[in-house]
Design a protein around this ligand. Structure first.
Ligand code: ZN
Length: 69
């Protein structure tokens, strides 16, 4: 009987772990799909392609150097 209980708990554990990893993947994809506006040229770019400096977002290194001038 205890073997059945162990089997059930293992299945439950795998189910919980898969749910946790699915949720975290969803969270990562949501944040990486976010669109931010470049402070210098106003271009809308995805977060993963943008460069963050403090509160401001830039589409490229060129725009960061232009913002410093
Ligand atoms: Zn820009």
């Amino acid at each position: 009987m205890w073997q059945v209980l162990i089997l059930i708990s293992v299945i439950l554990l795998v189910y919980i772990i898969s749910r946790i990893t699915k949720n975290s993947n969803k969270f990562i994809s949501q944040t990486s799909n976010e669109i931010v506006k470049c402070l210098v040229c106003g271009l809308n770019t995805p977060v993963k392609e943008s460069i963050n400096q403090g509160k401001d977002w830039f589409c490229s290194k060129e725009c960061i150097s232009r913002n410093d001038i």
